[in-house]
Design a protein. Structure first.
Lengths: 288, 273
């Protein structure tokens, strides 16, 4: 009683502030990114980049094959490294003018200034995500794949229905979770791990029976990390999920990067890069 | 009929009280208002508001996160009961004077040193992925069970020390007196020392439980869909951090009441006023 009132007053003030914060949550919605492709808006080698004169490209660390080789994005080896250098070249930045920076997946879409021009990290383009960041035109379409130990029941699955009762595992932040839930309709919800290494360990331990992961990753996992596992098959909604380079919301460069990707696509260069690094992806059996 | 002096004294007291209230209110307004102004006028605020405090996202994600939070509640209730027991056993072993149980005493010291010294997240990871890798017949592989075991091992080490401090704080004379009236050593412990010790350490025990109630989120690294993990999933789908704020509110909803209980037990000095 004696000291009750000031305390209550402070609490009330705090609550009011909290309500105010939540109340005006989703008031303004600005989604007006007009992408002026190529031409005068994208002077070669003279874009309004983060660091004058160089193009700063981001990805997560460790960077996994087949997207990067030897955990070193700067070597030009691996699919996304090659794509990034090809985009840079289109924009007028030779390899010497490309700098790499480490950006974790979560940080890449956190609000605040970004210290990269674009980020390549196998990020799927979805409309909700487009509210928070910009995406370039897609540079790859990925199917999902199911990985299981060779001697397991899950490895014998011939259809998605066969996998309904399998205990599935996915990596956090990947669209594999949504795809697995929508397409396989599992009887229990998949387990969700921090890294693909953790998912693999859980598979080896028998804590999960199958991994759902992007097909190129699945091929790498079974070739290198868990040779005792096999790619059971691939599935995907329509033509797979589109991956795009991630840019800061309303970045001036979005149109230029998109235009560069589209030029790479029409010149056949993107096809060549994809062939070189992701070629095995076509071989996995389809699951329906 | 109160004397004039008394009335005068009471009026002065009321004036002082009112003045105190006015000052507290004013200073709250200045400090909290200043803080709010600082945040609300910061250049990044509109963006932060959209990505961390989106009411639409909050409404949509809260039911899922709350459902996942139920798993946290179940885990910490079970872990707390186990910790109370394991911690007590370890503490008793550590204070026992019988030479025959020297190896057990040594083990209890090593246990407390090791499990209190390893970061909890590391312990959860090592037990969660390491134990099933042993492929021992009958050992658990369920990540929820393994995570609860890891938390129990970690927190029992702390709680054992809390118990030990409590037992040591009971004056020797209590034990001597109990033995003098014919109780055995065990009876003295059970009926005289422990009841006093436990009452004394109840606030620090609950304090550890507040910490545990948050640390349940660490189990998420093993795969189970508890509140933090569920919030992260929605966050990654929408590229919006509001579900994490929703999860934070849920953790607060259990830790704040526990903290208030601690305050009550700790007497008036602990309370906010």
């Amino acid at each position: 009683m004696r000291w009750g009132s000031p305390q209550k007053l402070s609490l009330t003030l705090l609550l009011l502030a909290a309500l105010y914060v939540l109340g005006c949550g989703s008031s303004d919605d600005s989604s007006s990114s007009t992408s002026a492709a190529g031409g005068a808006d994208c002077p070669k080698g003279k874009l309004a980049t983060e660091k004058q004169g160089v193009l700063t490209v981001a990805t997560d660390k460790p960077a996994y094959p087949p997207y990067f080789e030897d955990d070193d994005p700067t070597n030009g080896e691996g699919f996304e490294s090659a794509v990034a250098y090809a985009i840079a070249k289109q924009l007028g930045y030779p390899p010497a003018k490309v700098e790499w920076t480490v950006e974790s997946f979560n940080a890449s879409f956190a609000p605040g200034p970004k210290d990269f021009d674009f980020d390549v990290n196998q990020i799927t383009i979805t409309p909700p995500r487009e509210k928070a960041v910009d995406f370039s035109a897609p540079y790859y379409r990925a199917n999902q794949a199911v990985v299981a130990l060779k001697d397991s029941d899950a490895a014998k699955a011939r259809s998605l229905a066969d996998l309904q009762d399998a205990k599935l595992g996915v990596q956090i932040g990947t669209s594999s979770l949504e795809e697995a839930e929508a397409e396989i309709e599992p009887s229990s919800r998949p387990e969700v791990f921090n890294t693909s290494n953790d998912v693999v360990q859980a598979l080896k331990n028998g804590q999960i029976e199958a991994i759902v992961v992007d097909l190129p990753t699945a091929l790498y996992l079974t070739a290198v990390q868990v040779p005792e596992a096999t790619v059971v098959g691939q599935f995907g909604s329509g033509s797979g999920e589109a991956w795009g380079a991630l840019l800061e919301k309303d970045s001036k460069l979005t149109g230029c990067v998109s235009a560069a990707v589209e030029e790479l696509e029409s010149s056949g260069e993107l096809e060549k890069i994809t062939q070189r690094w992701m070629s095995q992806a076509a071989g996995a059996p389809e699951l329906h | 009929m109160p004397s004039d002096r008394r009335l005068e004294r009471e009026a002065a007291k009321r004036r002082r009280h009112r003045r105190g209230q006015a000052i507290a209110a004013l200073s709250s307004l200045v400090v909290l208002g200043g803080l709010a102004t600082l945040i609300l006028t910061s250049p990044g605020w509109p963006e932060v508001r959209e990505t961390f405090f989106d009411w639409g996202v909050f409404k949509d994600s809260f039911p899922d996160v709350a459902k996942a939070f139920w798993l946290d509640v179940k885990i910490f209730v079970i872990a707390e009961l186990a910790i109370l027991l394991v911690g007590l056993v370890v503490a008793m072993v550590r204070i026992a004077r019988s030479p025959a149980i020297f190896p057990l005493r040594l083990l209890s010291v090593v246990y407390v040193d090791v499990f209190r010294g390893i970061p909890t997240i590391l312990l959860v990871f090592l037990i969660g992925f390491g134990v099933p890798a042993l492929r021992l017949q009958g050992s658990p592989t369920d990540p929820i069970v393994l995570g609860a075991i890891a938390l129990t091992l970690s927190y029992s080490a702390y709680v054992a020390e809390v118990y030990r401090a409590g037992i040591n704080s009971v004056h020797r004379g209590q034990r001597d007196a109990a033995l003098a009236v014919g109780l055995t050593e065990v009876q003295a412990l059970r009926h005289v020392i422990l009841p006093q010790a436990v009452r004394r350490v109840a606030p620090p025990l609950l304090n550890d439980f507040v910490a545990l109630q948050k640390d349940v989120a660490l189990i998420s690294i093993l795969g189970p869909l508890e509140a933090f993990r569920e919030a992260q999933i929605i966050e990654a789908q929408l590229f919006n951090f509001t579900p994490l704020v929703a999860a934070a509110l849920l953790y607060l909803a259990v830790t704040i009441p526990t903290a208030r209980i601690v305050d009550r037990l700790g007497g008036p000095e602990g309370a906010v006023r």
